[in-house]
Design a protein around this ligand. Structure first.
Ligand SMILES: [Zn+2]
Ligand SMILES: [Zn+2]
Length: 326
C-alpha cells in the first residue's frame, strides 16, 4: 500500500534504525550559537526580538537551539497581538518535536521538526508562524491537558484544531526488539511524551516472555505501537483493532513505515486491511467477537486515559487466554 501524508508532502520518511542517528539529527555543529534564555523572565528583556529572524539559517548546519526557535514563535505571537509584550517562554506554547525522542541534551532543530500546540493562537498567527519559523511544520490549537481521541462508540471524540501546516509527527519508541517510529496526526491521537524506557513496552515485554510466537489481539490499538512491538518480537499473528478511524489510519502508516507491508481489504466491513502476519479491524471491542473466530494467546487492553477498564477486560477475556491491561 502506498502511504502518503494527508498534506501531500513527504512527511513520512524511513525511520532511523539507531538512537545514535536520532541524536545526530538534534546535535549542534561546532559553529552553532548557544544562547541562554531564562524561561521565567520576559523574553523582550533578554534579546532583541527584531534580531531573532536573522538567526534562522544563520548557521551552516541549518539548525537552531530549541529556545531560540521557541523565542521566534513567541515573537510572532507578540507581533500578532496574541501574547503580551512581557511574555516569557515558560507559558508560551507546547513544543512537540518530530521525531520525538528524549535526548539528554537540548536539541538543535532543523527544518520542519516541530509541531506547536497553543490554546491561544488564531489562524492568521499560525500561518505566519509556519511561514516565518522554518523549524515549525504545523500549529494546532488545543489544551494539552485535554486528551484527544474517543473513549468508546457511545462518546463523542475530542480533537485539536489544525490551524496551519501539517500535524503529522513521529515518536521514537525503543523496544527490546528494535527501534520503532510511530507516526501520528497529533490533532487526533493523544500526546505521549517520549521516555527512554516506555512503561507500556516494559509491561508488554513481561507478558511476551511467557509465550513462544504468540497470537495477539491489540483491542484498542491507537497508532499501533503495542501491536507492532509484538510483530517485531516475533508474534505469529497480531490483530489490530480500534474504533477511532484516525487511529486505524495511522496504524496502517506505522505498519508500512516499520517494514510490514499492508494490503487494503477493499471492503466496506470491519476488516480494513491485512498483511503477512496481521489483520486490522475497526469496530467497538464489544462487537469484535462477531468478527474474529479465534482465541488469542494475549489480549492487550490499553484504553483512553482515565477510562474504567472493566467492560474492556470483560470483552477481551472472551477473546483471549491472557488479558494484559496496559
Ligand atoms: Zn504532512
Ligand atoms: Zn550549526
Amino acid at each position: 500500500m502506498e502511504i502518503r501524508c494527508r498534506c501531500g508532502d513527504k512527511c513520512i520518511r524511513p525511520i532511523s534504525k539507531t538512537i545514535k542517528d536520532i541524536e545526530l539529527f538534534y546535535k549542534p555543529c561546532n559553529d552553532c550559537k548557544t544562547e541562554e534564555i531564562k524561561k521565567f523572565s520576559p523574553l523582550a528583556e533578554q534579546i532583541n526580538l527584531d534580531k531573532i529572524n536573522n538567526y534562522f539559517g544563520s548557521c551552516k548546519c541549518g539548525k537552531r537551539h530549541l529556545d531560540i526557535v521557541m523565542s521566534h514563535v513567541l515573537k510572532v505571537m507578540i507581533d500578532e497581538g496574541i501574547k503580551e509584550k512581557k511574555s516569557n517562554l515558560r507559558n508560551s506554547c507546547v513544543p512537540l518535536l518530530t521525531p520525538g525522542y528524549p535526548t539528554n541534551f537540548v536539541p538543535y532543530l532543523p527544518k520542519d521538526s516541530l509541531v506547536i500546540l497553543s490554546n491561544e493562537a488564531d489562524k492568521r498567527c499560525a500561518e505566519t508562524i509556519v511561514k516565518e519559523v522554518g523549524e515549525v511544520k504545523g500549529v494546532l490549537r488545543g489544551d494539552v491537558r485535554k486528551t484527544v481521541g474517543i473513549k468508546d462508540s457511545d462518546s463523542n471524540p475530542h480533537v485539536y484544531e489544525l490551524l496551519a501546516g501539517c500535524d503529522l509527527r513521529c515518536d521514537i519508541i525503543q523496544t527490546p526488539y528494535g527501534v520503532l517510529g510511530i507516526y501520528k496526526y497529533q490533532r487526533e491521537i493523544h500526546i505521549e511524551f517520549p521516555k527512554i524506557k516506555p512503561p507500556k513496552i516494559e509491561i508488554l515485554e513481561k507478558a511476551l516472555k511467557n509465550f513462544d510466537m504468540p497470537t495477539v489481539l491489540d483491542c484498542t490499538c491507537g497508532p499501533g505501537t503495542l501491536g507492532i512491538t509484538c510483530l517485531k518480537a516475533g508474534a505469529r499473528k497480531v490483530v489490530f483493532n480500534d474504533i477511532w478511524n484516525p487511529a486505524i489510519e495511522t496504524t496502517l502508516i506505522n505498519l508500512e513505515a516499520n517494514g510490514f507491508s499492508v494490503k487494503s481489504s477493499g471492503s466496506e466491513d470491519e476488516l480494513i486491511a491485512s498483511g503477512d502476519k496481521f489483520e486490522v479491524y475497526s469496530t467497538d471491542i464489544r462487537e469484535l467477537a462477531n468478527c474474529v473466530d479465534e482465541k488469542f494467546d494475549i489480549c492487550i487492553v490499553d484504553t483512553f486515559p482515565g477510562v474504567d477498564t472493566i467492560e474492556f477486560v470483560e470483552a477481551a477475556s472472551k477473546l483471549g487466554k491472557k488479558v494484559v491491561v496496559i
